[in-house]
Design a protein around this ligand. Structure first.
Ligand SMILES: Nc1ncnc2c1ncn2[C@@H]1O[C@H](COP(=O)(O)OP(=O)(O)OP(=O)(O)O)[C@@H](O)[C@H]1O
Length: 874
């Protein structure tokens, strides 16, 4: 049960079919056995009750009678667990799971035996009066109980068997009993709320008694229930104000545990039941304010679901009546999507198991998880491989918001800025934004200069001043929440906005300050620079970008070149089918890969100009349409007069190529300025040819992020940096020094001067590992040797800028000559196969061999004669 059991031999579709077949088969088997057990009659013929004349009472016939008598005779009442166990096996067989085997499997098997032996013995001891032939625990239980009682006595045996049974269950199911206790607590609280009624409906007396309840750990309530949302958005009026922010742990799990430990007063729950149920009169949301925030966040490449979500943006919730709740199926209309007139999505891959836990979301539209039929037939991992989003944290209570607003006013007054008015506040998942009106004549730079003092006065680690809010005269002050929410990548990947985006290069960024999922389209960016100090969350962000691509696109749609000078961050992706070459850790290879990309870009440009299209999308569409019509287009650059011995190749759609460089400062250091030129060259032209760059660096200095690079990479992401100067190096303006770290970022889309604050999506190492394993089990990479081919070291010319070296300068030319002279075959396709190179390169090698007299010119029958003697062997 560890993996699908078939290694790499089956594709994703077949595995899904196998899963369904196994569920069907085991469900039937389990139903038949359950029927046999339920209708078990001791008078029916069996191995110990042989009576051929007896009328069989068992509803599963003679086989059922025999089977039930064996199972009940041997296991007693524990036999009823067999159908359950079969259902479990059926459900998990062939499901993608981390590889097990070895000790793991043995421990599971040990667990099965332990649970069976101890369970049967325990049942026998606890239920001695049973009327079954071999008592309640069957023959096995009788023997176990006898043996144990002889050694430990009645009480000792009961305790030992109890422990053994639960130890066995733990080994089989890998249960965390802490989680079980947690869940039981959740349900108890949920039940308690059900019995007590809705907090909104409570009488004053009841409200009071609730308010006096002792504080208890915040527990996430069942996700699908409206009541859960009540708890998740509540904020305790009595909660201590200056609670230090919960420390973010490395792993999502740790974070969710830390989150659960955050203290919240149940009494101050604010009902958002209406939001969950989307009942018009109870939708607690201030649409106007959301619209304003929407405008603020509306930047070309970031699109959000805003109005589809019942997000509590306003501090004093204003009840508004909406004409009708937004039906899930209509939700897409609210999403800005420029790919909106295309075909409907259908899902050939497993649908996500978990729903985003965030209470503010309306349920995802039925089509939300569906994927385009043609695009997704390939290999895309199911979203349920990812960790579900943890329950939401408390935001500031109304009282705390008022206190903070007052505190802002008094602090500014202390520094001589009087008459400041807090006009709005927007509590978000990580920070709360206060919008303030400055008295006329007050320079905003004065407030910015005071940001550290304001942070100190308000006892928070840092605040960010938003100097310009488009369309408003106010400025923003962003204050970190007491407890910050973790933005799980699954939440963004499951969001309708991500699912419905048709660009194969859609990237899950995280959440905006309003808590709305934020995505970006790398195709439009078209390259991005990620910079920030060490430990600020760059690698997690780069991983989140790669994971988004893996969950959005098949290996046929998107290819990756991963360059990892640190040798630890990206090497985990080694072997996935999206890779064009193995993960590059040698910086010389990295320069070769970039040079190959420039060459590929030029090749694509030539092909696009032949096809008279302006970009890769147009090219792919034309080529695919021709293939669909059954009239594939032959390579227009093929010259039949020159190459009579090969068939012209057929044009196929180009995949997008995304080059990720985790620390490009290292590359510049090792390879030198040539890298900068290569990057600039790619960045200038690669957009139309579908080649995109993601560059990350922890050195935001001008010798790394040079003017040339900045001029060519308009999209930038700044994580926390230590100084304003660093922030200016990345974004051309300050702000990043005021970020909170741990994935808090400023994203500057191309063509705007206004960075947008985003709380980055978190992806854990385990999630990456499970996804990579899934992809590796279901597909193989087809590495191209050409990518890392050394074409003359750092001084080699950049393709397209200077004439390409002729074949004799080609590193493989000598090898080509020896292959041809040894095999006595002067065939381009043979050379292509042997050297694993492209057609053009092989063809020009043969032509150069002709010039050098190694092979003859093409003869009347289309072949060439090898003139040079075979190489001398030592
Ligand atoms: N989006 C996020 N949400 C929550 N925590 C995060 C997020 N991103 C990063 N972190 C936390 O910050 C830690 C450091 O992140 P990361 O390794 O990505 O930093 P980095 O900038 O790449 O550092 P370095 O340059 O040293 O590799 C992570 O281990 C994680 O605990």
């Amino acid at each position: 049960m560890a993996d699908n059991g078939f290694g790499n031999k089956l594709n994703a579709k077949k595995i899904v079919s196998l899963q369904q077949t196994s569920i069907l088969f085991f469900s039937c088997l389990s139903a038949v056995i359950l029927l046999a057990l339920v209708s078990f009659n001791p008078q029916d013929p069996s191995f110990i009750q042989f009576d051929s004349d007896a009328i069989i009472q068992n509803k599963a016939g003679p086989a059922g009678a025999y089977l039930a008598s064996i199972l009940i005779g041997f296991l007693g009442y524990l036999a009823y667990l067999i159908p359950l166990a079969l259902l479990y096996v059926g459900f998990f067989l062939f499901r993608p799971m981390p590889r097990q085997g070895g000790l793991n499997t043995w421990l599971t098997v040990t667990g099965v035996f332990l649970a069976l032996f101890c369970g049967c013995g325990l049942v026998t001891l606890l239920w001695p009066e049973s009327s079954l032939t071999f008592k309640a625990g069957g023959l096995l239980g009788l023997m176990m109980a006898k043996a144990m009682v002889a050694v430990l006595g009645d009480f000792g045996s009961t305790v030992a068997l109890f422990c053994g049974f639960f130890a066995g269950l733990t080994l089989i199911l890998d249960i965390s009993w802490l989680k079980v206790v947690d869940k039981v607590g959740e349900w108890a609280l949920w039940l308690f709320e059900k019995v007590m009624g809705d907090p909104d409906d409570l009488s004053e007396g009841k409200k009071e008694s609730r308010l006096k309840m002792p504080k208890m750990p915040k527990i996430s309530l069942p996700k699908k229930k409206a009541k859960e949302e009540v708890a998740a958005v509540s904020s305790a009026s009595s909660a201590p104000k200056a609670q230090p922010p919960a420390k973010t742990e490395t792993k999502a799990k740790k974070l969710s545990i830390a989150a659960a430990a955050a203290v919240a007063g149940v009494g101050a729950l604010v009902s958002r039941k209406g939001a969950a149920k989307a009942e018009p009169e109870e939708l607690v949301i201030n649409i106007d304010e959301m619209d304003e925030l929407d405008e603020l966040d509306e930047i070309p490449t970031i699109r959000e679901v805003v109005k589809t979500q019942a997000e509590p943006l306003s501090a004093p919730p204003v009840k508004i009546t909406r004409p009708a709740p937004i039906a899930p199926a209509q939700a897409p209309a609210a999403v800005e999507d420029d790919f909106d007139d295309e075909e409907e999505y259908l899902s050939p891959v497993a649908l996500p198991k978990q729903k985003p836990a965030a209470p503010k979301k309306v349920s995802a539209p039925a089509t939300a998880n569906k994927r385009p039929p043609t695009e997704k037939l390939g290999l895309v991992p199911p979203l349920d491989l990812l960790e579900p989003a943890p329950a939401n944290q408390d935001k500031f209570s109304e009282e705390q918001l008022n206190d903070l607003a007052n505190s802002i006013q008094t602090t500014l007054a202390d520094y001589g800025i009087n008459g400041v008015e807090v006009v709005d506040r927007f509590p978000g998942p990580v920070v709360t934004r206060f919008e303030i009106d400055l008295p006329p004549g007050t320079k905003v730079s004065r407030i910015s200069g005071l940001s550290k003092d304001i942070a100190r006065s308000m006892r928070v680690p840092s605040i960010r001043i938003v100097e310009v809010i488009p369309g408003k005269t106010t400025i923003g002050i962003e204050i970190p929440n007491d407890t910050r929410e973790l933005v799980a990548i699954s939440e963004i990947l499951n969001a309708p906005i991500f699912q419905q985006s048709k660009s194969p290069l859609t990237i899950a960024m995280g959440k905006t300050i309003a808590g709305n999922p934020a995505i970006a389209d790398l195709a439009k960016m078209p390259h991005v620079l990620v910079a920030g100090t060490t430990g600020s969350g760059k690698s997690v962000a780069v991983n989140a970008m790669i994971m988004s691509l893996l969950y959005k696109s098949t290996p046929e749609q998107v290819k990756l070149i991963l360059i990892d000078p640190k040798m630890l961050e990206l090497s985990i992706y080694e072997g996935i089918p999206h890779l064009l070459t193995s993960v590059v850790t040698d910086m010389k290879d990295a320069a070769n890969a970039l040079r190959w990309c420039v060459g590929e870009m030029e090749r694509r440009y030539a092909a696009m100009s032949y096809m008279k299209v302006r970009n890769i999308a147009g090219y792919n569409q034309k080529v695919q349409e021709a293939i669909d019509r059954g009239e594939p287009i032959t390579d227009p650059s093929f010259d039949p007069t020159k190459h009579v011995d090969v068939q012209p190749s057929i044009l196929e759609p180009y995949p997008y190529i995304v080059v990720v460089i985790d620390e490009f400062a290292d590359m510049i250091m090792v390879v030198g300025k040539k890298v900068e030129e290569l990057i600039a060259r790619l960045a200038q032209k690669a957009r139309a040819s579908g080649i995109h760059l993601i560059l990350a660096t922890q050195r935001p200095s001008v010798d790394v992020i040079t003017g040339l690079i900045k001029a060519n990479i308009p999209s930038r992401i700044a994580f926390q940096v230590s100084t304003r100067i660093d922030s200016r190096t990345i974004l051309d303006q300050g702000g990043a020094e005021q970020l909170l770290g741990n994935g808090d970022m400023l994203y500057m889309p191309p063509g705007t001067g206004l960075p947008q604050r985003i709380h980055g999506a978190f992806v854990s190492d385990e999630e990456v590992e499970v996804t990579v394993n899934y992809l590796k089990e279901n597909g193989e990479p087809k590495y191209l040797d050409d990518v890392l081919q050394d074409t003359g070291g750092a001084s080699a010319p950049i393709p397209g800028l200077e004439p390409l070296a002729d074949s004799e300068g080609d590193a493989l030319y000598d090898q080509g000559v020896s292959i041809v002279t040894e095999s006595r075959r002067a065939s381009i396709s043979y050379l292509q196969r042997r050297l694993k190179i492209g057609y053009n390169r092989a063809a020009s090698m043969i032509e150069d061999m002709e010039k050098a007299g190694v092979v003859s010119e093409t003869q009347s029958n289309g072949t060439r004669e090898v003139l040079a003697p075979p190489p001398v062997k030592d």
